[in-house]
Design a protein around this ligand. Structure first.
Ligand code: NDP
Ligand code: MG
Ligand code: MG
Length: 333
């Protein structure tokens, strides 16, 4: 079983007298920075000017500065930029401002695990990753709780760095929810696998294929939307509360029987064999290389696919139906 740390296993004094630089005031940055400050830590912000996140940091009472300056002033530097820009910003603004004894942190191991960020000697790497989006990290902390988090030490990191990591996790509220010990490799590979195979890739394609099958058979898109997209949330909420068993307890016996006989016809041994190939490509760096090269090429395929996907009929009908459901906090992209 995994080792899990709670509040009593962590001591904030390991951050006492240290300055933490949060680089990037986005989803994770704004939450982790404010939680740490409310926990009594010394926090500074590295955030480029000109955008709403700069103004947000100011309105929260920080004095945002450049990433270079924040790094130079800090003992602990947490890179909370989008993964695909971290490598370039690191090389241009962070690397040469790190000093021996500093700790370089992240909330996802992609760049360090896949060798896009190679810290100088004397600088330990440390991962503290909340298992939830930034707004939840902030709102749970404000309620006195915390989002469960992960902790991992980079190669050769010291015991003191681990204590700093636990203190950091406590400062953002993570130890209130539990902090699971992992490695950079495990965090990076399972995170990529989960989002590609189940959460984002798998689920989106499942929903689209179901919707298209009904519409192509002549059913109304509104009906297909409700069955294949809208109701997903109702089912997932049941998983979230009580797993597969509670979902199956709550649905009709007819739905449960259909689950057992049809589910394995949709997700077949072939699907699982493909999942294994996806995992291999994550493990051997093929996926990381492709994503890095895609960004070097101006993200042409990424941007085009995003635009095409936004024009899918399920998006058009969905927009209209969601505007009719007043209780939904409807978001437009
Ligand atoms: P966001 O996309 O919210 O971060 C955006 C921040 O990065 C903003 O401050 C933005 O500034 C800045 N930024 C973007 N591009 C550049 C650039 N080219 N140069 C300088 N600054 C730039 O990131 P997240 O918070 O989502 O992710 C941060 C890290 O946390 C990632 O490693 C991610 O994997 C990890 N993580 C994220 C989770 C999540 O739910 N979001 C969950 C767990 C981990 P500006 O406003 O000026 O563009
Ligand atoms: Mg991820
Ligand atoms: Mg039904």
């Amino acid at each position: 079983a995994a080792t899990i740390y709670y509040d009593n296993d962590a001591d904030l004094s390991h951050l006492k007298g240290k300055t933490v630089a949060i680089i990037g005031y986005g989803s994770q940055g704004h939450a982790q920075a404010q939680n740490l400050r409310d926990s009594g830590c010394e926090v500074i912000i590295g955030q480029r000017p000109g955008g709403p996140n700069y103004d947000l940091a100011k309105s929260h009472g920080f004095e945002p500065m450049s990433a270079d300056e924040a790094t130079a002033k800090a003992d602990v530097v947490n890179l909370l930029l989008p993964d695909e820009v971290q490598g370039d910003v690191y090389k241009a603004q962070i690397r040469d401002n790190l000093k021996p004894g500093n700790v370089l942190m992240c909330s996802h191991g992609f760049n360090i695990h896949f060798g896009q960020i190679e810290p100088p000697t004397g600088v330990d790497t440390l991962l503290v990753a909340p298992k939830g989006p930034g707004h939840l990290v902030r709102s749970e902390y404000e309620k006195g709780g915390g989002v469960p988090s992960l902790i991992a030490l980079g190669e050769g990191a010291s015991e003191e760095t681990k204590q700093i990591g636990l203190a950091y996790a406590k400062g953002i509220g993570g130890t209130r929810g539990g902090v699971i010990e992992t490695t950079f490799q495990e965090e990076t590979e399972t995170d990529l696998f989960g989002e590609q195979v189940v959460l984002c890739g798998g689920l989106s394609e499942l929903i689209k294929a179901g919707f298209e099958t009904l519409v192509e058979a002549g059913y109304q898109p509104e009906m297909a939307y409700f069955e294949c997209m809208h109701e997903v949330k109702l089912i997932v909420d049941l998983f979230y509360q009580g797993g597969l068993s509670y979902m199956r307890y709550s649905i009709s016996n007819t739905a449960e029987y259909g689950d057992y006989v049809t589910g394995p016809r949709i997700i077949t041994p072939e699907t699982k064999a493909e999942m294994k190939r996806v995992l291999t490509e994550i493990q051997n760096g093929t996926f990381a290389r492709n994503w890095i090269l895609e960004n070097r090429g101006g993200a042409a395929m990424f941007k085009t696919t995003r635009r095409l996907e936004q024009g899918h009929p399920i998006e058009t009908v969905g927009k209209r139906l969601r505007s009719l459901m007043s209780w939904i906090d409807d978001k437009q992209v």
